[in-house]
Design a protein around this ligand. Structure first.
Ligand code: ADP
Ligand code: MG
Length: 263
């Protein structure tokens, strides 16, 4: 990670108003290639709203999301993956009746224009492309630790395995930025540990990672930098150590059951 180079993702003055409620206000944040940025905050702090604005699922009321020097304003959600931004979902969106490998191969096609597939269909080039896609899918399946389940129907996977498949599918689109929405939610401690290793491995490939997380312990062990939200505003930013020592952060969490001290 090199934070002296321009950020890959820059969020400037981001805000969201729901009627009379300012859910997110004047938020700035940066994520660099190879960096893991964590966003935390008590319930209702504006984490999900922030995530949805960055992922293109919710048009901001104010401010902008700039990716690789270009504003994402007006880009439809299906335009995100081809530009290099991939998100994971809390609830898996896999095709249940397909195998693990097939699901990852579906994820690759977001990178190839439909017309190219049509031109290639039935040709030797198509078969070569398909073989290459299969090899790449197998690499990704192994990377997330699902090698043994490569040919298994997705319907037979556990909840935690489904989360890993979701990550492999996201990687198939060759993202430059991956957005994780509470990836540790619902996982066992052993699965969390494995997930942490996978996310570190993703950043080590130079991919920027933005992670919204409620699980404080998981996030603090993983993030290079942490942004803390409270009532829609950034109240602290820095290394996990500096943020945990910040008085405003401790105060924000005092009223939150399962906050800093107990998470
Ligand atoms: P977090 O994910 O940190 O718990 P959210 O981003 O979900 O926080 O919510 C921030 C605030 O915005 C909360 O007060 C929540 O009730 C409100 N909110 C979120 N989504 C909506 C919506 N679609 N309509 C109205 N209020 C919303
Ligand atoms: Mg939320």
């Amino acid at each position: 990670m090199n934070t002296s180079t321009p950020a890959l993702l820059s969020v400037r003055g981001l805000g969201m108003r729901f009627g009379g409620l300012q859910a997110v206000a004047d938020l700035d944040l940066d994520v660099h290639a190879g960096e893991i940025l964590g966003v935390i905050g008590p319930n209702g702090a504006g984490k999900s709203t922030t995530f949805n604005m960055i992922a293109g699922a919710l048009p901001p009321s104010t401010g902008e999301v700039v990716f690789d020097g270009r504003s994402m304003a007006g880009v439809p959600t299906h335009g995100f993956a081809p530009r290099g931004i991939v998100r994971t979902f809390q609830h898996n969106k896999a095709f249940d009746s397909l195998s693990v490998r097939e699901n990852v191969m579906v994820g690759m096609h977001t990178r190839m224009p439909a017309t190219l597939w049509q031109v290639l269909a039935g040709t030797t080039a198509a078969r070569a492309a398909e073989d290459q896609a299969q090899r790449r899918a197998d690499e990704l399946v192994a990377f997330v630790g699902l090698g043994e389940w490569r040919d298994a129907e997705v319907a037979t996977l556990s909840f935690g395995q489904g989360r890993l498949l979701e990550i492999a599918r996201g990687l198939a689109a060759q993202p430059r930025l991956m957005l994780f929405d509470e990836p540790a939610a619902g996982l066992t401690p052993a699965e969390c540990e494995r997930l942490g290793g996978i996310i570190r491995g993703i950043a080590a490939q130079g991919i920027a990672v933005l992670l919204i997380e409620h699980d404080m312990r998981f996030l603090m062990a993983l993030a290079d930098r942490v942004v803390v939200l409270n009532f829609g505003r950034k109240i602290a930013e820095g290394t996990p150590e500096s943020v945990q020592a910040d008085r405003a952060v401790v105060a924000a969490y005092l009223g939150d059951v399962g906050g800093l001290a107990h998470a």
